[in-house]
Design a protein around this ligand. Structure first.
Ligand code: KYN
Ligand code: ZN
Ligand code: ZN
Length: 209
Protein backbone atom coordinates (compact mmCIF):
# COMPACT_ATOMS: atom_id res chain seq x y z
CA UNK A 1 0.00 0.00 0.00
CA UNK A 2 1.36 3.39 -0.98
CA UNK A 3 2.13 5.87 1.83
CA UNK A 4 2.93 9.58 1.48
CA UNK A 5 4.79 11.24 4.36
CA UNK A 6 3.39 14.79 4.47
CA UNK A 7 5.41 15.93 7.52
CA UNK A 8 8.26 18.41 7.87
CA UNK A 9 11.53 17.26 9.46
CA UNK A 10 11.88 18.84 12.92
CA UNK A 11 15.45 20.13 13.08
CA UNK A 12 17.63 22.94 14.51
CA UNK A 13 17.54 25.95 12.20
CA UNK A 14 14.20 25.07 10.65
CA UNK A 15 11.93 28.00 9.74
CA UNK A 16 9.63 28.95 12.65
CA UNK A 17 6.85 31.47 13.28
CA UNK A 18 8.49 34.92 13.70
CA UNK A 19 9.68 35.47 17.27
CA UNK A 20 9.57 31.85 18.35
CA UNK A 21 12.72 30.54 20.07
CA UNK A 22 14.84 28.22 17.94
CA UNK A 23 14.29 24.49 18.07
CA UNK A 24 17.07 22.60 19.85
CA UNK A 25 17.97 18.94 20.16
CA UNK A 26 20.27 18.38 23.13
CA UNK A 27 22.50 15.38 23.57
CA UNK A 28 22.04 14.10 27.15
CA UNK A 29 24.15 10.98 26.80
CA UNK A 30 26.46 9.67 24.11
CA UNK A 31 27.65 6.16 23.37
CA UNK A 32 31.21 5.71 24.67
CA UNK A 33 33.30 3.56 26.99
CA UNK A 34 31.16 4.60 30.02
CA UNK A 35 27.77 4.80 28.30
CA UNK A 36 25.89 2.22 26.21
CA UNK A 37 23.35 4.59 24.61
CA UNK A 38 22.69 7.87 22.87
CA UNK A 39 19.92 9.91 24.52
CA UNK A 40 18.55 13.25 23.36
CA UNK A 41 16.09 15.92 24.47
CA UNK A 42 13.91 18.08 22.25
CA UNK A 43 13.12 21.75 22.97
CA UNK A 44 10.64 23.02 20.42
CA UNK A 45 7.73 25.44 20.07
CA UNK A 46 4.52 23.42 19.88
CA UNK A 47 3.66 24.98 16.48
CA UNK A 48 7.02 23.99 14.95
CA UNK A 49 6.75 22.09 11.69
CA UNK A 50 3.72 19.97 10.88
CA UNK A 51 1.30 20.29 13.80
CA UNK A 52 -2.28 20.09 15.04
CA UNK A 53 -3.67 23.20 16.75
CA UNK A 54 -5.68 22.31 19.86
CA UNK A 55 -8.83 24.39 20.53
CA UNK A 56 -7.01 25.80 23.61
CA UNK A 57 -4.78 27.72 21.12
CA UNK A 58 -7.67 30.04 20.19
CA UNK A 59 -10.07 29.50 23.15
CA UNK A 60 -8.92 29.67 26.79
CA UNK A 61 -11.63 27.15 27.74
CA UNK A 62 -10.89 24.87 24.79
CA UNK A 63 -9.51 21.33 24.77
CA UNK A 64 -5.75 20.82 24.98
CA UNK A 65 -3.80 18.37 22.82
CA UNK A 66 -4.08 15.75 25.58
CA UNK A 67 -7.86 16.16 25.62
CA UNK A 68 -8.62 16.15 21.89
CA UNK A 69 -10.60 13.23 20.49
CA UNK A 70 -8.64 11.51 17.71
CA UNK A 71 -11.25 10.68 15.08
CA UNK A 72 -10.97 14.04 13.24
CA UNK A 73 -7.30 13.23 12.59
CA UNK A 74 -7.89 9.74 11.28
CA UNK A 75 -9.88 8.69 8.23
CA UNK A 76 -10.76 9.53 4.63
CA UNK A 77 -9.72 12.96 3.39
CA UNK A 78 -9.73 15.06 0.23
CA UNK A 79 -6.59 16.89 -0.95
CA UNK A 80 -7.59 20.05 -2.81
CA UNK A 81 -5.22 21.84 -5.19
CA UNK A 82 -5.45 25.55 -4.27
CA UNK A 83 -2.17 26.61 -5.86
CA UNK A 84 -4.10 29.07 -8.03
CA UNK A 85 -5.43 30.99 -4.99
CA UNK A 86 -3.82 34.37 -4.34
CA UNK A 87 -3.46 35.82 -0.81
CA UNK A 88 -6.40 33.91 0.62
CA UNK A 89 -8.38 30.87 -0.48
CA UNK A 90 -11.80 32.35 -1.28
CA UNK A 91 -15.19 30.70 -1.91
CA UNK A 92 -14.69 30.70 -5.67
CA UNK A 93 -11.33 28.91 -5.33
CA UNK A 94 -13.06 25.76 -4.06
CA UNK A 95 -14.93 23.20 -6.17
CA UNK A 96 -17.78 22.72 -3.69
CA UNK A 97 -19.40 19.76 -5.48
CA UNK A 98 -16.26 17.70 -4.74
CA UNK A 99 -16.60 18.28 -0.96
CA UNK A 100 -19.93 16.44 -0.50
CA UNK A 101 -19.59 13.69 2.12
CA UNK A 102 -15.96 14.56 2.93
CA UNK A 103 -15.05 15.01 6.62
CA UNK A 104 -11.40 16.02 6.17
CA UNK A 105 -10.00 18.52 3.68
CA UNK A 106 -6.34 19.37 3.07
CA UNK A 107 -5.42 22.44 0.99
CA UNK A 108 -2.26 22.57 -1.11
CA UNK A 109 -1.16 26.17 -1.70
CA UNK A 110 2.53 25.69 -2.53
CA UNK A 111 4.02 24.48 -5.80
CA UNK A 112 7.11 23.74 -3.76
CA UNK A 113 6.99 23.88 0.04
CA UNK A 114 9.51 26.46 1.41
CA UNK A 115 11.43 23.98 3.58
CA UNK A 116 14.45 26.21 4.18
CA UNK A 117 12.97 29.70 4.61
CA UNK A 118 10.10 31.33 6.49
CA UNK A 119 7.39 32.56 4.09
CA UNK A 120 5.47 35.50 5.63
CA UNK A 121 3.38 35.77 2.47
CA UNK A 122 1.68 32.37 2.76
CA UNK A 123 -1.85 31.77 1.45
CA UNK A 124 -4.46 31.98 4.24
CA UNK A 125 -8.06 30.72 4.15
CA UNK A 126 -11.11 33.03 4.12
CA UNK A 127 -13.47 32.51 7.09
CA UNK A 128 -16.34 32.10 4.59
CA UNK A 129 -14.57 29.02 3.22
CA UNK A 130 -14.29 27.52 6.71
CA UNK A 131 -18.01 28.22 7.27
CA UNK A 132 -18.85 26.58 3.94
CA UNK A 133 -16.76 23.53 4.81
CA UNK A 134 -18.49 23.25 8.18
CA UNK A 135 -21.91 23.39 6.47
CA UNK A 136 -20.75 20.64 4.12
CA UNK A 137 -19.93 18.41 7.11
CA UNK A 138 -16.14 18.84 7.17
CA UNK A 139 -14.59 18.22 10.63
CA UNK A 140 -10.90 18.88 9.94
CA UNK A 141 -9.15 21.48 7.78
CA UNK A 142 -5.47 21.10 6.90
CA UNK A 143 -3.09 23.34 4.99
CA UNK A 144 0.53 23.38 3.86
CA UNK A 145 0.69 27.02 5.05
CA UNK A 146 1.84 27.73 8.65
CA UNK A 147 -1.58 29.13 9.62
CA UNK A 148 -5.20 29.33 8.44
CA UNK A 149 -5.06 33.11 9.07
CA UNK A 150 -2.54 35.64 7.73
CA UNK A 151 0.66 36.08 9.75
CA UNK A 152 -0.33 39.56 10.95
CA UNK A 153 -3.95 38.70 11.80
CA UNK A 154 -5.14 39.93 15.21
CA UNK A 155 -8.70 38.69 14.70
CA UNK A 156 -7.99 35.08 13.65
CA UNK A 157 -11.22 34.95 11.63
CA UNK A 158 -10.65 31.51 10.11
CA UNK A 159 -9.67 30.07 13.50
CA UNK A 160 -12.84 31.64 15.00
CA UNK A 161 -14.99 29.86 12.39
CA UNK A 162 -13.18 26.62 13.22
CA UNK A 163 -14.04 27.21 16.89
CA UNK A 164 -17.68 27.97 16.06
CA UNK A 165 -17.93 24.63 14.25
CA UNK A 166 -15.82 22.67 16.77
CA UNK A 167 -13.54 21.66 13.88
CA UNK A 168 -9.87 20.67 14.03
CA UNK A 169 -6.78 22.08 12.29
CA UNK A 170 -3.56 20.76 10.74
CA UNK A 171 -0.88 23.28 9.67
CA UNK A 172 2.51 23.04 7.99
CA UNK A 173 1.73 19.97 5.89
CA UNK A 174 4.04 19.13 2.97
CA UNK A 175 1.92 18.25 -0.05
CA UNK A 176 4.54 18.63 -2.81
CA UNK A 177 4.33 15.01 -3.95
CA UNK A 178 0.59 14.55 -3.48
CA UNK A 179 -1.92 14.70 -6.34
CA UNK A 180 -5.34 16.19 -5.61
CA UNK A 181 -7.87 13.52 -4.65
CA UNK A 182 -8.98 11.14 -1.92
CA UNK A 183 -6.71 9.42 0.63
CA UNK A 184 -6.74 8.07 4.15
CA UNK A 185 -5.25 10.62 6.59
CA UNK A 186 -3.38 9.65 9.76
CA UNK A 187 -2.04 12.62 11.78
CA UNK A 188 -2.48 12.08 15.50
CA UNK A 189 -1.60 14.79 18.04
CA UNK A 190 0.59 13.71 20.96
CA UNK A 191 -1.01 13.64 24.41
CA UNK A 192 0.71 16.70 25.91
CA UNK A 193 -0.77 18.21 29.07
CA UNK A 194 -1.81 21.88 28.71
CA UNK A 195 -0.60 21.99 25.12
CA UNK A 196 -2.15 24.45 22.64
CA UNK A 197 -0.70 22.44 19.74
CA UNK A 198 1.19 19.23 19.09
CA UNK A 199 3.61 17.98 16.48
CA UNK A 200 2.11 15.24 14.30
CA UNK A 201 3.58 12.64 11.99
CA UNK A 202 1.15 13.20 9.15
CA UNK A 203 0.78 10.56 6.48
CA UNK A 204 -1.59 9.76 3.65
CA UNK A 205 -2.40 6.24 2.51
CA UNK A 206 -4.01 4.99 -0.65
CA UNK A 207 -7.69 4.31 0.03
CA UNK A 208 -8.66 0.67 -0.37
CA UNK A 209 -10.42 0.38 -3.77
N1 KYN B 1 3.57 30.85 17.39
C1 KYN B 1 2.74 31.90 17.26
C2 KYN B 1 2.95 33.06 17.97
C3 KYN B 1 2.10 34.13 17.86
C4 KYN B 1 1.03 34.01 17.01
C5 KYN B 1 0.81 32.90 16.29
C6 KYN B 1 1.64 31.81 16.41
C7 KYN B 1 1.43 30.59 15.64
O1 KYN B 1 2.13 29.62 15.76
C8 KYN B 1 0.34 30.58 14.66
C9 KYN B 1 -0.07 29.25 14.33
N2 KYN B 1 0.75 28.30 13.68
C10 KYN B 1 -1.50 29.07 14.12
O2 KYN B 1 -2.02 28.23 14.82
O3 KYN B 1 -2.12 29.71 13.30
ZN1 ZN C 1 -0.59 26.38 14.70
ZN1 ZN D 1 -3.57 27.72 13.64
Amino acid sequence: MKVWDISQTLRPGMPLWPGEPPLAIRRLAEIGPQCPVNVGALDAPLHAGTHADAPFHYDSGGATSAECALHPYLGPCLVIDARHARGRIELQDVEWAAIAGVERVLFRTYGQFPADRWDSDFTAIAPEVIAGLRQAGVRLVGTDAPSLDPETSQTMDAHREILAGDMRILEGLVLDDVAAGRYELIALPIRILEADASPVRAILRELPR
